[in-house]
Design a protein around this ligand. Structure first.
Ligand code: NOJ
Length: 559
């Protein structure tokens, strides 16, 4: 395995452009707004920016429905603005990774407009068209990720097209070599501009099982998630290897594939270096901790031992082959401090603890905008305050089935994607300094206290703690390369592990509770140096028996 790659030593910061910073007062974040904040990101110390989609889109799913891959969304600016952003980022030594959404396009993409126009159009086979069943039902009983059937009937030609997401996001037919070549060409066009890589949206869904499998729905349900049949589909490795050989291998870039349902064994195949596919994957296992009969909306209680089991399995599994990506947050997930921490009296303490845990592990860490100031989930009083298609469709479907409104709202407060999408909180001015106009989605009312300006003015802030963690990764090869070993496997309160590289050993200990915890780490050598702690005083505990304060976290070097 090549030990040194820039993307192994980097920290990535994800920007959701719509909610990051608005430069022209239309209430929607934009590219010039991002340019204005590059110095802020530089100060934080990150290396790479991942931009959620900025392409032309009718915004049924906030840009994940692309109408034109080679045009910038009007609300975000122009291609000149994009070029300026790339240049300004590069000037500061920051790289830019683009979102690549090629499982599907918008139904307004020129390919689809042609495809749906007639059965013999040359683009017909760019998408997945099927006849309905003889009984008038859709071709299969597959469910879309955004509720309802994954098939939409199209009057013009009397056939159904597949959409695993919204009906404005028809799935591309990757079996068709012309589709693949068009996608590769588009990727090269962006790479030739000088971008530094791709985050690939639901990329392990692109190879569809051509046998059109079905099964009986679970009790009480009418449909079966389409994902179930197509995750890691039959030709996925062939397609990604081909993409690698035809495009990726020619550039010094980083690639990360978003992969629902990917296991450690899958990830070895996707990211093993000799296999020439991708650099890393985003798996969903730790985000699935609260899944139950109603998927993520079940909001089941989670256990620390389960979180440990998952994260350590990935650490051990990719120790020799492949590479991990490390994340708590993104634009699809609730805020980590609200999920795994304590958003009330221990917000800052627990946000720092969670950051220590993640940034201490092996892999490339991702920070989602606002995570570095401890932004929290939001509770808007009315469903009308929400914008996310997934959440709204789910709510309406459940309401129609007779579910209790308050309970539905509670699930949205805990899990809904808009928790991550409320505008970035820059200062205590109206709309948190995000815009001078009306924001497209309301700001979290806690911006008065939680904002960048306040964080920058406080040397003890979460921001400076992230800055320190990022700097540590640059100084300590053990944080990048060290072998992970889990300690205290059975504890429901403390997450502890070591990292070892050559003759250096680091110890990471995190208290996940609001109580003091006694910690016993009997077989370790003594602590030699504190690398970081979220405690106000820098006194080192005497290993091996000691008491942790609520949400205490530290990294020690051992002798
Ligand atoms: C995953 C993206 O992260 C999510 O925001 C989007 O809705 C779906 N893929 C569909 O593109």
């Amino acid at each position: 395995m090549t030990e040194k790659n820039w993307w192994k030593e980097s920290v990535v910061y994800q920007i959701y452009p719509r909610s990051f910073h608005d430069s022209n007062g239309d209430g929607i974040g934009d590219l010039q707004g991002i340019i204005q904040k590059l110095d802020y990101l530089k100060k934080l110390g990150i290396d790479v920016i991942w931009l959620s989609p900025v392409y032309d889109s009718p915004n049924d799913d906030n840009g994940y429905d692309i109408r034109d891959y080679q045009k910038i969304m009007d609300e975000f600016g122009t291609m000149e603005d994009f070029d300026a952003l790339l240049e300004e980022a590069h000037k500061r030594g920051l790289k830019i990774v683009m979102d690549l959404v090629v499982n599907h396009t918008s139904d307004e993409h020129a390919w689809f407009v042609e495809s749906r126009s007639s059965k013999d159009n040359p683009k017909r086979d760019y998408y997945i068209w099927k006849k309905g069943k003889e009984n008038g039902q859709p071709p299969t009983n597959w469910e879309s990720a955004f509720s309802g059937s994954a098939w939409k009937y199209d009057e013009a030609t009397g056939e159904y097209f597949l959409h695993m997401f919204s009906e404005k996001q028809p799935d591309l037919n990757w079996e068709n070599p012309a589709v693949r070549n068009d996608v590769y060409q588009m990727m090269r066009w962006w790479l030739d501009k000088g971008i530094d890589g791709f985050r690939m949206d639901v990329i392990n869904l692109i190879s569809k099982d051509q046998t059109m499998p079905e099964r009986e729905p679970d009790p009480g349900k009418e449909l079966v998630s389409a994902f179930e049949f197509h995750m890691n589909g039959p030709r996925i490795h062939e397609f990604l290897h081909e993409m690698n050989q035809k495009v990726l291998a020619d550039y010094d870039i980083m690639t990360v594939g978003e992969m629902p349902g990917a296991t450690v064994e899958d990830a070895k195949l996707y990211t093993g270096e000799e296999r020439e596919e991708l650099n890393m994957v985003f798996h969903f296992e730790h985000m699935g901790l609260w899944n139950g009969p109603d998927g993520k909306w079940s909001n089941m209680p989670w256990k620390l031992t389960d979180l440990k089991e998952i994260l350590s399995k990935w650490q051990y599994g990719l120790e020799k082959e492949g590479w991990n990506s490390l994340y708590w947050n993104n634009h699809d997930q609730p805020r980590v401090v609200s999920r795994f921490g304590n958003e009330k009296e221990y917000r800052e303490k627990s946000a720092k603890m969670l950051a220590t845990l993640l940034h201490g592990m092996k892999g490339t860490p991702y920070i989602y905008q606002g995570e570095e100031i401890g932004m929290t989930n939001v509770r808007f009083p009315s469903i009308d305050d929400y914008e996310d298609i997934e959440l709204i469709n789910w709510y309406n479907e459940r309401l129609a089935q007779g579910h209790n409104k308050e309970k539905l709202m509670e699930a949205i407060y805990a899990i809904g994607r808009d928790n991550a999408r409320t505008p970035m909180q820059w200062n205590g001015n109206p709309h948190a300094g995000f815009t001078t106009g009306e924001p497209w989605l309301k700001v979290n009312p806690n911006y008065i206290n939680i904002n960048v300006e306040a964080a920058l003015a406080d040397p003890e802030s979460i921001f400076y703690y992230y800055q320190q963690l990022i700097a540590l990764r640059k100084q300590e090869p053990t944080i990048v390369h060290g072998k992970f070993e889990l300690l205290l496997e059975d504890s429901e309160e403390i997450f502890a592990y070591t990292r070892n590289y050559q003759d250096d050993t680091l110890l990471v200990v995190c208290n996940f509770t609001a109580q003091n915890q006694t910690c016993e780490l009997l077989n370790l050598s003594a602590g030699k140096e504190i690398l970081i702690t979220n405690e106000a005083t820098d006194t080192m505990h005497t290993l091996s028996q000691f008491t942790l304060n609520p949400y205490e976290a530290f990294v020690y070097r051992l002798t």
